[in-house]
Write a protein of this length. Sequence first.
Length: 284
Amino acid sequence: MSSRTVPAANERSQMTVVLDDFSMDALAAANEANMYAAYAWFGNWPGGEVSDDGQLLTAISGVAHPILNGAFGIRLAAETADRAIDAALDRFRTRSVPAYWWVGPHASPADVEERLEARGLPYDGDVPGMAVDLAGLPDELPAPEWLAVERAQTKEALAALVHVLKAGFHFDESLAGQVTAGFVRTPEAPGGALSHYLARLDGAPVAATTLLLAAGVAGIYNVATQPEARGKGIASALVATALREARAAGYRIGVLQSSEMGYRVYQRLGFHQCCTYRHHVLEV
């Protein structure tokens, strides 16, 4: 695996080791590691918590939505797996939050999914992990003439961004308020550099995304578009803007975990599937 060191794409004077290895194994590992950093950010929100012993990471945002609470990275010996799984589930249940358990490409033991289902966590679908060579990103994409993209940095802009996420991720007003507090009060991610982007069409917020520079790659999260603005190339233009900024800072690889709706959008940007996560869901 090769890497090199460049400045991170934010205003802080930190240096970051950037991944320069396009093998499938390296891309899958980086995809997973970048997502760890994203969940560690959730776990640092007000009222959140993170547990990471190097074998299993659990992150609780404190917000009662499964996408914002997660467990993954399980690499346990068969004889200790049950105890570790039970302890992790106790943390979620004590906090009364639903969660996704992400079974990634390197998960062990081999029967971890059977162990989760035996504890009441049914299989809830596959999630493609994707990667893109940032050198091949298009410099321009078709988009509506009056589309404007901005960095969301103020409390007002972040609230507008969460308003877009509310439609995309089906937050109610109470959850949206908690998510806004998380964005506003936790501007930095442990082990990574965060940037939030908001697209406005004729001044109205219509799309959002987050860029996380961590684990040597540029991770894309929180992609959402207002229903009335879909199908116009807005999400593609927004994601491409964020990734071009990462490329300008020296990053070579972009990663994300795709929804079914977004898969073809990301393919058109040059993303390809590098791994698969299997979701199991804990309801409380």
